[in-house]
Design a binder for this molecule. Structure first.
Ligand code: HEC
Ligand code: HEC
Length: 294
């Protein structure tokens, strides 16, 4: 191989490596841009894994579902028990961990120096940060678990863990929280709905509603073109309750969000016997789906 051939070969390798590196960075930045489910996780990690930007964890805890949280705990069960007197495994037994000191006790579990040095107690705020991203909350921790990016999952899980020997009072939701229907729209507006996920959630509505154009009324009215339409009018002569008829106005993001959060809270006396959807993300998804149903 001549001197110049060798140079060309090396130049070729260098160029090739550059292209590969460029390609990878383009792919990874495209990945984060394209996949909206990764963006909030990145933000949460960057902000130290605090409460979700849109809805404070205290607000989510107020409507958290411990039964769903028990299901989330399956992600922890390879390393943790949570029952009273349960054995330590790869991680410590977690009975009564809320309210307890961080990184101490637990039947002599061999905590990492990092977690032992953390100090303080596990409350809803610290546990929320830990579960968002353990390594961000305690660099050097021995808990090799990536974290739970979904704030609703974390709230449900903490609500369930709290029933395992802690029973701390839930923290007060901030005053600005959408406890009343008025604020709920603002919270939903910050959440970008996913129509495809909303279509799946619409399974909860199908017992009473069709949504295809020209679909029959059932227990509830057909919902084709409901977004932007007047509240409780038309719909092929569906017999609306006086309560919903008296409401007036049009169905938009705010009114649909309030309605789907708690139908009876929105229109006391409505005949829609549906408890509501407590998860703001799920409501935003359903509303996004309703918008597509012309
Ligand atoms: C791959 C195993 C593994 C998984 C999965 C895991 N953990 Fe852990 N966990 C650990 C280890 C190991 C520690 C001890 C960390 C240390 O000492 O730094 C720990 C510590 C903890 C602590 C601190 C306990 C204390 O007394 O300070 C809590 C709380 C906790 N885990 C909760 C959870 C929850 C909830 C989940 C599920 C969402 C989970 N962990 C998933 C291994 C795991
Ligand atoms: C158990 C039956 C039932 C379920 C389940 C149900 N609905 Fe309804 N829905 C009704 C009834 C009945 C009404 C009429 C309420 C009234 O007149 O007070 C209604 C009314 C509505 C309206 C107002 C229509 C209009 O023209 O003003 C919307 C929007 C709506 N439902 C959406 C939903 C969505 C979305 C779901 C699922 C997340 C759902 N509903 C689940 C029975 C149900």
């Amino acid at each position: 191989m001549s001197e110049s051939d060798r140079f060309n070969t090396i130049a070729g390798w260098t160029l090739g490596a550059g292209i590969v590196a460029l390609g990878l960075s383009a792919i990874s930045s495209g990945y984060f841009k394209a996949d909206k489910f990764h963006a909030p996780k990145e933000e949460a990690a960057a902000s130290g894994g605090g409460a979700a930007a849109a809805v404070p964890i205290e607000t989510l805890l107020a409507s958290a579902d411990p039964a769903k949280g028990e299901a989330v705990f399956k992600k922890c069960a390879s390393c943790h028990t949570a029952n009273q007197g349960g054995a330590n495994g790869i991680g410590p037994n977690l009975y009564g961990v809320l309210g307890d000191s961080i990184g101490t006790g637990r039947g002599g579990f061999a905590f990492s120096a990092a977690l032992k040095a953390k100090g303080g107690k596990w409350d809803f705020a610290s546990l929320n940060q830990w579960l968002t991203n353990p390594k961000a909350f305690v660099p050097g921790t021995a808990m090799s678990f990536a974290g739970l990016s979904d704030p609703v999952e974390r709230a449900n899980l903490m609500a369930w863990l709290n029933t395992q020997g802690s029973n701390l009072p839930l923290p007060a939701a901030p005053a600005a929280a959408p406890a009343a229907t008025a604020g709920a729209g603002a919270a939903a507006a910050a959440v970008v709905g996913d129509a495809a996920a909303g279509e799946k959630s619409f399974a909860k509505c199908k017992a009473c509603h069709t949504i295809n154009a020209g679909g029959a009324n059932g227990i509830g009215p057909n919902l084709a073109g409901i977004y932007g339409d007047s509240v409780a009018q038309g719909r092929g002569g569906f017999a609306f309750s006086d309560a919903l008829k008296a409401k007036g106005g049009k169905w938009d993001d705010a009114s649909l969000d309030a309605w789907l959060t708690n139908p009876k809270g929105y229109a006391a006396g409505t005949k829609m016997t549906f408890a509501g959807i407590s998860d703001p993300k799920e409501r935003a998804n359903v509303i996004a789906y309703l918008k597509t149903a012309k």
